[in-house]
Design a protein around this ligand. Structure first.
Ligand SMILES: NC(=O)c1ccc[n+]([C@@H]2O[C@H](COP(=O)([O-])OP(=O)(O)OC[C@H]3O[C@@H](n4cnc5c(N)ncnc54)[C@H](OP(=O)(O)O)[C@@H]3O)[C@@H](O)[C@H]2O)c1
Length: 266
């Protein structure tokens, strides 16, 4: 497999970390982006290096254009131009729309959607110059079905799906593909945080409400991303891959979950 330069945003923890580790295992050089947790980012890099992989950490808030520009300058100077971009950095806070501040609304859009726009815009010229590139956007089932209590988050994640499809069309014939993944509940800080609010064990919830009976593991998401980033996926573009233990077709489990979120926010 060809050795490429991959940038994974939000790779200090959770899904992003698992994606960074998997891409490095496949022989790619990985830029590990994060926002503030230096220790966790160092740990992702150390874990990759201890398995013989190549990685460097790059601190930048993806919602800030100047920080994104500086990060790309540093990546290009140290690792080369980005061939594989995984727009994973994301964040969501329970807040029903009636209680939403303008600031909170804007922050959701800036981090989850604006970050993907800024990184993609910066990565594209290099990809188009080489006639090869992979962009994978981490959306959510919230962006497909909507989640009460998480209107701003759902809006941003739905926006990422429109971004994916429209950009895939714009990049017709360029060798650059754009796809999205839409996870359900994944065993990460963010994924289990909601269950903490409910005081419920996430595994028990998953055994009751999903078709497979299990939470999604970050490594499972990472393997799908790694496939989409490979040469084997050259004919897949503009698509959304749902990885949710069958939750979204499991007879209302997602809706029941969202209703509880909305109650919490009141
Ligand atoms: N977990 C789930 O159940 C689930 C389901 C559907 C979709 N998703 C999506 O999957 C992605 C990863 O989620 P996760 O569960 O792995 O989250 P997580 O455990 O909370 O980790 C979030 C990561 O994003 C980084 N980050 C947050 N804001 C950032 C910013 N402005 N700039 C750069 N990095 C930023 C964090 O960096 P620091 O460590 O420095 O804070 C961290 O590395 C997100 O887009 C999320 O919306 C998650």
């Amino acid at each position: 497999m060809a050795r490429r330069v991959a940038l994974v945003t939000g790779a200090s923890r959770g899904i992003g970390r698992a994606i960074a580790v998997e891409l490095a295992r496949r022989g790619h050089v990985v830029a590990v982006n994060y926002r503030k947790r230096d220790e966790e980012a160092r740990s992702t890099v150390a874990s990759i290096r201890s398995n013989g992989g190549e990685a460097e950490a790059f601190k930048a808030d993806v919602s800030k254009p100047d920080e994104v520009d500086r990060m790309f300058e540093s990546i290009e100077a140290t690792l080369g131009s980005v061939d594989i971009l995984v727009n994973n950095a994301g964040w969501g806070l329970i807040s029903p729309l009636t209680q939403m501040t303008h600031e909170l609304w804007e922050r959701h859009l800036k981090v989850n959607l604006g970050g993907a726009y800024l990184c993609t815009r910066r990565a594209l010229p290099g990809m188009l110059g080489k006639g090869w590139g992979r962009i994978i956007n981490v959306s959510s089932v919230a962006g497909i079905q909507g989640l009460a209590g998480l209107v701003a988050y759902s809006t941003a994640k739905a926006g990422l799906i429109g971004f994916t499809k429209a950009l895939a069309q714009e990049l017709r014939g360029s060798g650059v593909t754009v796809n999205a993944i839409a996870p359900g509940f994944v065993r990460t800080d963010m994924g289990v945080s909601f269950f903490k609010f409910f005081g419920e064990d996430p595994d028990q919830w998953a055994s009751r409400e999903t078709l497979t009976g299990k939470l999604v593991e970050p490594e499972e998401v990472a393997r799908v991303v790694s496939f989409l980033a490979s040469d084997s996926a050259s004919n897949i573009t503009g698509q959304v891959f749902i990885i949710d233990s069958g939750l979204s077709i499991a007879g209302g489990g997602l809706y029941r979950f969202a209703s509880r979120l909305q109650e919490l926010g009141k």
